[in-house]
Design a protein around this ligand. Sequence first.
Ligand code: 3HC
Length: 330
Amino acid sequence: MYGDTSIQKPIKIAEPTSAEQAKLEEIFQQKIDDDIKIEPQEWMPAAYRKTLVRQMSQHAHSEVIGMQPEGNWLTRAPSLRRKVILLAKIQDEGGHGLYIYSAAETLGTSRAEMIEQLQSGKAKYSSIFNYPALTWADMGTIGWLVDGAAITNQVALSRGSYGPYSRAMIRICKEESFHQRQGYELLLTLSKGTKEQKEMLQESVNRFWWPSLMMFGPNDANSPHSAQSMKWKIKKKSNDQLRQEFIDATVPQAEFLGITLPDPDLKWNEERGHYDYGAIDWEEFGNVINGNGPCNKQRIANHIKAHEDGAWVREAAAAYAEKQQKKQVA
Ligand code: 3HC
């Protein structure tokens, strides 16, 4: 039905004529509409490739930068059990980053190029990681709210049109579920603790609630990428749909913890079948994603230092790979 649109390498492919391009785009969109996964070797519109590299590389950056706030608390975990859980989670996040970088590389952009875009500020990463983790309760709140928001988003992404990205999400979502559970369990412990522990819990949620809602991106009306990403099924649900889904699932969990969410307008709307919620501070959001959040500079500086400190590992791996290749050829 679709004909063979796989790109035969290494012959140089002549640019298609406009009629051929239109035909290719028609076949491509038909595949998307029929929920056929698009694979790396297949023809795809340059704009589809471009927006996938943008989103996937920024997703991977988010996973790796997200290791920093939690890494700060590893040496201060209150017990060996908590330390081991946090260590496992942080290692998972690093693995998620590598997973998604590898999926993004199937689109022809190198890891080095993506890292350069991150470190130079050309590429974004999730706004949430530009907020500081100030107390131990933040380790629970990040797991519960940030990973909870990430799962809401990533379950939808696991049904997306680009094969390698959607498949990467399956394993990542399973691990995120552990992240969300361990965070919630940490907060449940605090919610049954001393007065100070309950205060620390509430104060942490007060700081992370609104930035967690911002993770889903601007309102649909102000999202320049959403319409096209929905047409291409890169996004299966809109920013506002996912945000609402997250709020509806999270409010009852907050009630179980015995805390109040810092939004006086938050209340169940029987008619809508959803929670109504207050206005998000989009000015704050804009500041943070444009590099002026509380921790932006520190996060990038740390990333650059870690990348430079780790250069010897990359050089050794490359030298070893070259030696192995020479052995095979010899
Ligand atoms: N933080 C930073 N930038 C954001 C953002 C956020 N929370 N929300 C939106 N933006 C940026 C977009 O990247 C885009 O900028 P760009 O053109 O320079 O890339 C601009 O704001 C407009 O937003 P759109 O809604 O039009 O952009 P998208 O269609 O790309 O939607 C998104 C934004 C919902 C974040 C989407 O990119 C997405 O689903 N990304 C994949 C999931 C992801 O990145 N999650 C980040 C969290 S990962 C994580 O939490 C790790 C977990 O283990 C804890």
